[in-house]
Write a new protein. Structure first.
Length: 476
């Protein structure tokens, strides 16, 4: 009877997945995900024992009774960018030009996890789970113009608003003996990725017009999708002694290779009078990284779960993302002065130059009871190295090495219900990219003679990131 009720509840979860639409992610992961795991500083590899395990270590799904979990977190992220670039005076002297500071903000956008699991077998040694989640990412939005004129970051990014991405998955976990748990999952990243930016459409660059002349600015919007990027993850938990658990898991990459549309608002320069764009179809290619996690959890009170301390290491292999590539499919411009008509729009490749990041985490969880009220308190801290070399930091991806501190807790309402919360803050230093080392070029898909395009990501970056989350779990 209980398994029948659980199966019915899982059907309800599937229904919720079918109508959940406002799940968004783009760019880098700003934080670890999941309300309870984040409360432990992301140290949830060896100690994974609820449906937060679908991301951290699927072997832990069989550790929990049949359950449903729903949580939601708001990533409150903002940054400030003060651009600097190299300029040349009329006498040929090179100097550093400074621009007004501009701020990037993110909307109020709760990011959910919804999942359900069913544990079965004569000794409850099997478990299956279905779920939906999205990475904790920031949809940055910059102004297109500021009081003094065009926004200085416009050649890197204007907005990521309109992106709509989520991961659907199914997992299986098995406990062959008391000392071992294993788990595997299949996933599908799906949805749409939308980004807008400005490119310089001087034909050819720096020949007929001044560098960054606003009259040659072309506002572009790229919308990629529908995206269908399959992936998988797997993990194992070994219990060599009552007080010790060792976990290891791996996440395969998501490879986004999707149809896209590119819509351009052509410049108002005289060369574009009467010009038109024919066709808007393209293809977008971008890789999201494989991830390897390992953790050791200590339960010092003879294996009881009243006190739990875990140390974990995570390596995200961001080096797979060397560039973000947009390949037009016969997009042509007609009636542009000084260019053949029609003129084919060139492929766009935005160099990312990313590197692997390393994260070291320490988290603790304590169960207690006060006046018949049962609760769990948890805290965690992590240190993560940057996935973006300094020369490639840009308004599209502001990243630096950082320390993240988290506090969380749970109210155990009864044997079925658990209410979770978390607050987390990342401490990161400013990043200064000198104009001489800046490596992200100004994009110009309207190319004439081959020319060296100037970099547009020089300057100083600062960022602030908070995560606030709540969650609810029901165990059957």
């Amino acid at each position: 009877m209980n398994e029948t009720r659980t199966a019915a509840a899982l059907t309800a979860v599937l229904g919720a997945l079918a109508v959940t639409r406002d799940v968004r992610a783009a760019g880098l992961y700003v934080s670890d995900r999941g309300v309870r795991p984040l409360g432990r500083g992301g140290a949830f590899v060896a100690g994974a024992d609820d449906l937060g395990a679908i991301w951290y270590n699927p072997a832990g799904i069989v550790e929990a009774p049949s359950s449903i979990i729903a949580d939601s977190s708001w990533v409150f992220y903002s940054d400030q960018y003060s651009r600097q670039s190299l300029a040349t005076s009329a006498t040929g002297t090179t100097y550093v030009q400074s621009f007004p500071a501009v701020k990037g903000t993110t909307p109020f956008l709760p990011i959910p996890t919804i999942a359900g699991s069913l544990r079965f077998g004569p000794e409850h040694q099997y478990a299956v789970a279905l779920g939906l989640y999205a990475p904790y990412s920031a949809l940055l939005d910059y102004p297109e113009r500021i009081a003094s004129g065009p926004s200085p970051q416009r050649y890197s990014l204007v907005s990521l608003n309109g992106s709509l991405l989520s991961v659907l998955g199914a997992w299986f976990s098995y406990k062959p003996i008391d000392a071992i748990r294993v788990g595997v999952g299949v996933q599908m990243l799906t949805g749409f990725l939308q980004t807008s930016a400005t490119f310089s459409a001087c034909p050819p660059d720096n020949l007929f017009c001044a560098s960054e002349d606003p009259s040659y600015d072309a506002f572009s919007q790229v919308k990629a999708g529908p995206i269908f990027a399959p992936s998988a993850n797997a993990g194992v938990i070994v219990i060599p002694a009552k007080a010790v658990r060792i976990g290891l898991s791996g996440q395969a990459p998501f490879v986004i290779d999707a149809p896209a549309t590119v819509d351009v608002r052509l410049p108002n320069a005289v060369e574009f009078d009467g010009a038109t764009q024919h066709g808007n179809r393209a293809n977008l290619r971008m890789d999201l990284p494989p991830v390897v996690r390992v953790g050791v959890e200590i339960r010092p009170h003879d294996g009881e779960d009243d006190v739990r301390i875990e140390a974990a290491y995570v390596r995200e292999l961001w080096s797979v993302q060397r560039s973000l590539d947009i390949t037009p499919e016969n997009i042509q411009l007609y009636n542009v002065t000084s260019l053949p008509s029609p003129f084919g729009v060139a492929p766009i490749s935005i160099p990312r130059g990313m590197q692997d990041s390393n994260s070291f985490r320490l988290g603790a969880e304590i169960k207690s009871e006060v006046m018949s009220v049962k609760y769990e308190a948890r805290a965690g801290v992590s240190y993560e190295t940057s996935a973006v070399p300094q020369a490639y930091v840009s308004p599209f991806t502001v990243d630096s090495s950082k320390v993240t501190a988290s506090l969380g807790g749970s109210l155990l309402l009864d044997k079925h219900w658990r209410l979770d919360d978390v607050v987390s803050h990342s401490f990161a230093g400013d990043v200064t990219v000198t104009p001489q080392e800046a490596a992200v070029p100004r994009i110009n898909p309207v190319k004439g003679n081959p020319t060296q395009t100037a970099a547009v990501n020089g300057g100083t970056y600062s960022a602030s990131s908070w995560v606030f989350g709540v969650g609810l779990e029901y165990r059957f």
